[in-house]
Ligand binder design. Structure first.
Ligand SMILES: Cc1cc2nc3c(=O)[nH]c(=O)nc-3n(C[C@H](O)[C@H](O)[C@H](O)COP(=O)(O)O)c2cc1C
Length: 218
C-alpha cells in the first residue's frame, strides 16, 4: 500500500507515522510548573540522538487551542527530567497524559514520589528505572504553519536503577532489570521488551575473515 503524503489528511498521516514507527520509547517529562510544583507528561516522539555528548530529542505537538504545559515550562526554565517508564509505572504515566490545568501537580495526583536531581532544580520520579537530567539546547519548529516543535536537550546527569547495573566501571546494564515499556499503535497500545535476541556487528575485516570466498558484488 502506498500513501502520498502530499494529499494525505494530516490526522491520517499522524496515524500512519505513530502506527508504523514502533515501538517508541516514552520520555516521561517532569518540569517545574512555575508555582512551586511539578508537571509530568509522557512523550513518545522521543529518542537519543547522540551518545557522546549525550543528546535527547522530544517532539511536542501543539493542539489548536493550547500550548502544552511541558513546552511552556521548558521554554521558561530551560531544564527538565526525562524519566523512563516501567510496566509498574504505566498506569501512573497514563494518568499524567491527561490535560490537567498547568498549576495541577500531576506527580502528586498520580501518587508519585520524587527524588532531587543532582545538576538541575527539577526533581526526578524516584521509582523510574532510569532518568536523565536535561538542559535545553534548542527548540526547533517543525514547520511554519504548525506549532509542533522538536526539543533538543543536553543530558547533564544520568540515573539508573541499582540492580540493573552489572558493572559500574564499564557501565554494563542488564536491560531485563529495567522493565521499560514502549509505545505501539495509537491509541493506547504498549509493548514489553522481554523477548530480545542477540546479534553482534562485524567489522569489514572480521566479515572478510569469516567469508573469504565472497568477493565484491558487481
Ligand atoms: C504514551 C503517550 C505518548 C505521548 N506522546 C506524545 C508526543 O510524543 N508528543 C506530544 O505532543 N504528545 C504526546 N502525548 C500526549 C501528551 O502526553 C498530552 O498532550 C499531555 O496532556 C501533555 O501534557 P502537558 O500539557 O502537561 O505537557 C502522549 C501521550 C501518551 C499517553
Amino acid at each position: 500500500m502506498h500513501f502520498d503524503v502530499a494529499t494525505l489528511d494530516g490526522n491520517l498521516c499522524y496515524k500512519l507515522m505513530t502506527s508504523l514507527v514502533v515501538p517508541r520509547p516514552i520520555a516521561w517529562l517532569v518540569t517545574n510548573n512555575g508555582v512551586g510544583g511539578q508537571n509530568a507528561a509522557p512523550f513518545s516522539f522521543f529518542n537519543c540522538f547522540s551518545g557522546n555528548p549525550p543528546v535527547l530529542c522530544i517532539g511536542i505537538g501543539r493542539p489548536v487551542d493550547r500550548r502544552k504545559d511541558s513546552l511552556a515550562n521548558i521554554e521558561r526554565d530551560r531544564e527538565f527530567v526525562v524519566n523512563m517508564v516501567s510496566e509498574e509505572l504505566a498506569q501512573a504515566m497514563n494518568l499524567t497524559a491527561t490535560d490537567f490545568p498547568p498549576d495541577w501537580n500531576e506527580l502528586a495526583l498520580a501518587g508519585l514520589e520524587t527524588a532531587p536531581s543532582v545538576k538541575i532544580s527539577v526533581p526526578r520520579i524516584a521509582a523510574s528505572p532510569a532518568a536523565f537530567e536535561c538542559r535545553l539546547r534548542e527548540i526547533m519548529p517543525v514547520a511554519q504553519d504548525s506549532g509542533n516543535v522538536i526539543v533538543v536537550a543536553d543530558v547533564v546527569a544520568i540515573h539508573a536503577r541499582d540492580e540493573a547495573i552489572i558493572n559500574v566501571e564499564r557501565c554494563h546494564v542488564d536491560g531485563s532489570k529495567l522493565g521499560i515499556v514502549g509505545r505501539m499503535q495509537s491509541p493506547g497500545r504498549y509493548t514489553r521488551v522481554h523477548d530480545t535476541f542477540e546479534m553482534r556487528q562485524a567489522t569489514f575485516g572480521q566479515w572478510q575473515a569469516a567469508n573469504p570466498q565472497v568477493g565484491k558484488p558487481d
